[in-house]
Ligand binder design. Sequence first.
Ligand SMILES: [Zn+2]
Length: 294
Amino acid sequence: MTYTAPPAADPPTVADLVAALDERYPPAWAEQWDRVGPVLGEPGQPVRRVLCVVDCVPETVAEARRRGADLIVAHHPLLLRGVSSVAPTTYKGRIVHDLIKADTALYVAHTNADVASPGVSDALAARLDLRDPRPLRPAAPGSPAAGEGRGAGRVGELPAPLRLAELAELAANRLPPTAWGVRAAGDPDRLIRTVAVCGGSGDSFLADATAAGADAYLTADLRHHPAGEHLAAGGPALLDAAHWATERPWLDELAAWLAGRFPVEVTVSDLDTDPWTLHAPSPPVPSPLKEHQP
Ligand SMILES: [Zn+2]
């Protein structure tokens, strides 16, 4: 999807967009371990086209080149851990070289965009039409991100109650399509009113979803043991979507905001960068898990 603003004779620069992005997603809001903000690119370089992506990988870098993007805004950091080389013979070094040679700047907004309001999980909550979305884990008082509506994940109410099976189908239809789809854990007939969501890997917020009184929790990258123990303890039903699909909705909100603020063309990449490319469902399972237990 592309968001356009009237072209300007005097286009903004990388530095102009970085300043605006830093103001909307202050780097101080990011987790300690995270690495956000400008990654590479000349500050004085003019920007006419922007590409928004979840992952800065060879495929999205090629898309940026095809579209003539002067700036990529990515969700996941390209360089999260310390590096001692960006030699083009390495995977990430190749990306760095390709970007610099194409004069394409790179900017990252990650956990600082997760806690922002509006942020990554607001866009996910909106896909399910959740009412009155509020933080699943509010930013701690006194922390840099503390403030009205800010924090990790969101929790809100469905416009009308749905069975878990219906909610899983709704999520599969409303989220960007992936091979992974949406899988759910819990009684398919459980009635769901309050839903917690968290874009990306959200299993560290399982207890928050229980504490928030959610009937179901939608996130990505859920694992066998934490999920099983959470359900055994009577926690909300779980919906596990593709990581990329839970974060991709935010890019539309980001792109519309950028195009409204600067005379630039902003495109959202629909390249599914989730690693999973195939999903072969088993033959129908005869009965829910509980009926198999002795
Ligand atoms: Zn993520």
